[in-house]
Design a protein around this ligand. Structure first.
Ligand code: CP
Length: 357
């Protein structure tokens, strides 16, 4: 019998949602394991270290045909639902392929107009319907907090299934942060790891959720300095700054890409999210927050350039050939990291670590 790791009683979602995160998190773990993946704040260093070892292991096993078939048998009796009602290319595809690597059968809804939501069914009832058929729900939704609400609804139903947040409004993208940190760790493997590094996040930091989730994860590493380079009106949120203060993480705000180029061990470029503009207010910022070939000589020779993608003009395409550009590798890392995460939720990590050769 699965048990919540919460000893508290909650009256309902409205009341639960007023509680501080520390009180809410236990509802999303069971038997000492994370059950729902909703926030970057759920992950500690021990969890990350085990996850990334498992990620490496799955990558290695999947190199051979026999290994691929072995992995595929692990969860071939289980099913996952991808509910992506906000646009996505790589998160959707990497989760779908991560599921397939582990043998999960997948089904999907990408457009609520093709579901019974169009007849007036609430998204909450739609989610309960998915849980009637599948063992895992992976969701991207435009509404902040909707993934958590879904997990609440299912955890208080008679058929709880794990929920993974694959992007929730402007709030969080925790699995992107997991793959970002995996990429940082691999890139700095021969340079002492992530500890002590300077990570510059550049672009629209107010409306981008990847930088928020990545910032939270930095509490797990020592002596990291975060440089936030953004136009003043699109700087990182006060809630993130408060979190960094609380966890003693050094950070600075700067107002241009130019101002962080020479200091960064990792330059994390992001897209200006002008889909949220009311009257084109971000257009004047594209140029000052775009990385061009002429900038490269000012960067450390062993710095890395990351981007959660998709990109537009913020990294010149010719930079793809520079050995410091790791964003295509970062993108592919998403599939392996997500496979390891799903294996962890379904407790197959010990089997993968000890068998499969
Ligand atoms: N990085 C990311 O979330 O990309 P998609 O929107 O294509 O999934």
């Amino acid at each position: 019998m699965l048990k919540y790791d919460s000893h508290q009683e909650f009256e309902g979602w409205e009341e639960f949602n007023t509680r501080p995160l520390g009180e809410r998190l236990p509802l999303f773990s069971r038997n000492g394991r994370i059950f729902d993946i909703l926030f970057s704040q759920q992950f500690d260093r021990a969890f990350l270290d085990v996850l990334y070892e498992l990620t490496n292991r799955i990558r290695r096993i999947a190199k051979s045909r026999e290994g691929t078939h072995w992995l595929h048998r692990l969860h071939s009796h289980q099913r996952a639902m991808l509910y992506f009602v906000q646009p996505s290319t790589r998160t959707f595809l990497s989760f779908q392929n991560a599921c397939h690597i582990l043998g999960f059968h997948t089904s999907e809804i990408r457009d609520p107009h093709t579901s019974s939501e169009i007849k007036g069914e609430s998204p909450e009832d739609s989610i309960r319907t998915f849980s009637s058929y599948v063992d895992l729900i992976i969701m991207r939704h435009p509404e902040e907090g909707f993934a958590e609400k879904t997990a609440w609804v299912l955890n208080t139903s008679e058929r709880p299934v794990p929920v993974i947040n694959a992007g929730s409004g402007r709030d969080q993208h925790p699995t992107q942060a997991l793959l970002d940190v995996y990429t940082l760790q691999r890139s700095f493997e021969d340079r002492g790891g992530i500890d002590g590094k300077v990570i510059a996040m550049v672009g629209d930091l107010k409306r981008g959720r990847t930088v928020r989730s990545l910032s939270y994860l930095m509490k797990n590493y020592d002596r990291v300095t975060l440089l936030y380079a953004a136009p003043p009106e699109f700087q990182i949120g006060d809630d993130i700054k408060q979190f960094l203060h609380t966890h003693g993480i050094t950070f600075e705000e700067r107002d241009s890409l130019d101002a962080v180029l020479e200091d960064a061990d990792a330059l994390y470029m992001t897209r200006i999210q002008d889909e949220h503009d009311v009257s084109g207010e971000s257009q004047s910022h594209y140029e000052r927050f775009s990385l061009k070939r002429e900038h490269l000589h000012r960067m450390h020779p062993d710095a890395i350039i990351m981007h959660p993608l998709p990109r537009r003009g913020e990294i010149e395409v010719a930079i793809d050939k520079d050995p410091r550009a790791v964003y295509w590798r970062q993108e592919r890392n998403g599939m392996w990291t997500r496979a390891a995460l799903i294996a962890t939720i379904f407790a197959s990590e010990a089997t993968i670590q000890t068998e499969g050769d």
